[in-house]
Design a protein around this ligand. Sequence first.
Ligand SMILES: Nc1nc2c(ncn2[C@@H]2O[C@H](COP(=O)(O)OP(=O)(O)OP(=O)(O)O)[C@@H](O)[C@H]2O)c(=O)[nH]1
Ligand SMILES: [Mg+2]
Length: 382
Amino acid sequence: MDVVIGIAGKPNAGKSTLFSAMTGTMVAIGDYQFTTTETSKGVAYIVSKCPHTEINKECNPRRGRCFSGSRYIPVEILDIPGLIEGSGNGKGMGNKFMDSIRGASAMINLISPVSDGKEMLSAQEIEYGAKEVENEIIYWFSSRLGSEWDKFCRKVSHMQGPLEEKLLHKVGFFGIGLDEIKKILNYGNFPENLSAWNEENMENFSRIAMTEIRPIRRIVNKGDLLEKTEEFRTKNMSVISADYELSIQRAYSAGIISDMETLAPTDKATQKQVDALERIQSDFRKGKIDRIQKILTDMIKIQMENIVVYPVYDESKWCDKEGKVLPDAFIMKNTDTALDLAFAVHTEIGQGFIRAINGRNRMILGKNYEMKDSDVIRIVSK
Ligand SMILES: Nc1nc2c(ncn2[C@@H]2O[C@H](COP(=O)(O)OP(=O)(O)OP(=O)(O)O)[C@@H](O)[C@H]2O)c(=O)[nH]1
Ligand SMILES: [Mg+2]
């Protein structure tokens, strides 16, 4: 599965700053609205304990990397231009970039606690602004869903089969699959007859899709400007500083720190830099500000209910045909089976599936075996 996380939010929230920090990519950052006019793509990493620590061998990741027993697994990040009221309807940067949300498995709604006039906003104002962005996304989805609805109804009217199969012709475009459509239909109350769907049904469908299926996570940025942050946490929001994250990323690239987690300075760091790093680390230690990598990992593993699994060719040495140890780390759904893994490795491996073997206890696993986080699995295929 390819995981794609979109960073959305109002203009000036700090989306591009966060994107740069997460992906190590240079993009335009500016103290004015609509600095970003095109969606950018980059790669960030989630962290998971690497199974190589159990076998006293180093691993050889094909993608990502491994550092002190932590495996860094790549996910795609999108920097989406600022959303304003009416964006879903083509205002501001318009539909052009709204369409880039299509491919996103989940969204970050990045929120600035300061207004454009640089005044601190109240928690209530912040929540209101966050809702505005989410409503815009839902509105956009809903208007896409509703466009040419009659034509769609005529097209599927002669089709047999359940409602979700018909709807797939419409929402497959958003990367939403059959099982997900079924889930959405179970959440709400939708007419069996598609021609009877009204605007409310479509909006309801979109709201469920964009909250339950493609979750949106609220994150307050610019935590470095805040005195206190507990209030946001009680409202289920994380607090970060994209500025801190970018400074850390740059310090690491310049060889000033040896570790992006501990921020341990190298000999290259000046006293001034050591002091600045100490101030940043103190805000993390106090729990005032969260780290984006931890949030990203939690989003993907906990909120989206994914697991990381390691397919291998040799179940005793945990390596591939060339002897590379744990070369691949796949992000999969926690409901996925051994057969799903086989198909994720390669369609032909899936089609020729015979059995799977658990690399930890050498037990034979059938195609319906539901995988667990950190499983090391060999697929035996024709
Ligand atoms: N103090 C502080 N300022 C920040 C932080 N993150 C971003 N900024 C500033 O906020 C302004 C906007 O940052 P951008 O990253 O360009 O914001 P954006 O959301 O991409 O803006 P648009 O592309 O216009 O939608 C810049 O002046 C940044 O330096 C932060 O964590 N703390
Ligand atoms: Mg931007």
